[in-house]
Design a protein around this ligand. Structure first.
Ligand SMILES: [Zn+2]
Ligand SMILES: [Zn+2]
Length: 177
C-alpha cells in the first residue's frame, strides 16, 4: 500500500504540528491542548527564551512529555514521512542543541523547586521543635520555678515585640548579682 506524504492535502489537522505544519514528530500536547513536535517547541524556546505555547502564549510549567499514543498513531499513518523527518532532525546540529538546552532548563527548574520544598520542610521542623519545647517549659514547670534563662528563652519565643522586656529583664539580672 502507498504511504501518504505530508504534502498530501488530506493531512489530518490532528496529525499536523501547529509550528511547522508538517506531520508531527515526537508530538507533545501542552496544558492548553495545543500540539507541536518536540523539536519545534525546543527551537521556539531557544529563539523566544520563554517557556510558553507558541500558539496561545500560555505557560508550560512542566517539561513537555511526548504523547506516546499520538506519536504511534501518526507513525502508523505517515510512517515514511515521519522516518524521513526524523533523520533530518537527527542530522540537524541546531535542533540537537535546542533540545539539550530545553532539557537542561527544566532540570535546573526542577532542582530549584526541590530546594524550595526541602528548605520549607526543614524550616517547618525547626518551628515545630521550638513550639514543642515551649509547651514543654510552660506545662511541666510552674512559673515560680523558672530560672532566669527560662524566662529569657520564653521572651525570645514571644517574638520581636518582647525585645524591650527581654533587655530590661537581662539588665535586672545583672544588677541583681
Ligand atoms: Zn513541528
Ligand atoms: Zn497553546
Amino acid at each position: 500500500p502507498e504511504e501518504r506524504k505530508p504534502e498530501d492535502e488530506d493531512l489530518d489537522p490532528s496529525c499536523a504540528c501547529l509550528c511547522c505544519w508538517d506531520v508531527l514528530v515526537d508530538p507533545v500536547t501542552l496544558l492548553c491542548q495545543h500540539t507541536f513536535c518536540l523539536h519545534c517547541l525546543a527551537l521556539w524556546f531557544d529563539v523566544s527564551e520563554r517557556d510558553v505555547c507558541p500558539q496561545c502564549l500560555e505557560e508550560w510549567f512542566i517539561y513537555p512529555e511526548i504523547d506516546v499514543e499520538l506519536r504511534d498513531t501518526v507513525n502508523g499513518l505517515f510512517y515514511s514521512s515521519v522516518q524521513r523527518r526524523r533523520s533530518q532532525i537527527q542530522r540537524d546540529a541546531r535542533i540537537s542543541r535546542s533540545l539539550r538546552r530545553l532539557e537542561r532548563y527544566f532540570q535546573l527548574e526542577m532542582k530549584f523547586y526541590l530546594y524550595v520544598i526541602c528548605y520549607t520542610l526543614i524550616g517547618l521542623c525547626f518551628y515545630m521543635q521550638n513550639l514543642l519545647s515551649s509547651i514543654d517549659i510552660l506545662t511541666t514547670d510552674p512559673a515560680t520555678k523558672w530560672n532566669p534563662n527560662d524566662v529569657a528563652s520564653w521572651l525570645d519565643m514571644m517574638g520581636p515585640w518582647a525585645e524591650q522586656y527581654k533587655e530590661a529583664f537581662k539588665q535586672g539580672i545583672d544588677y541583681g548579682r
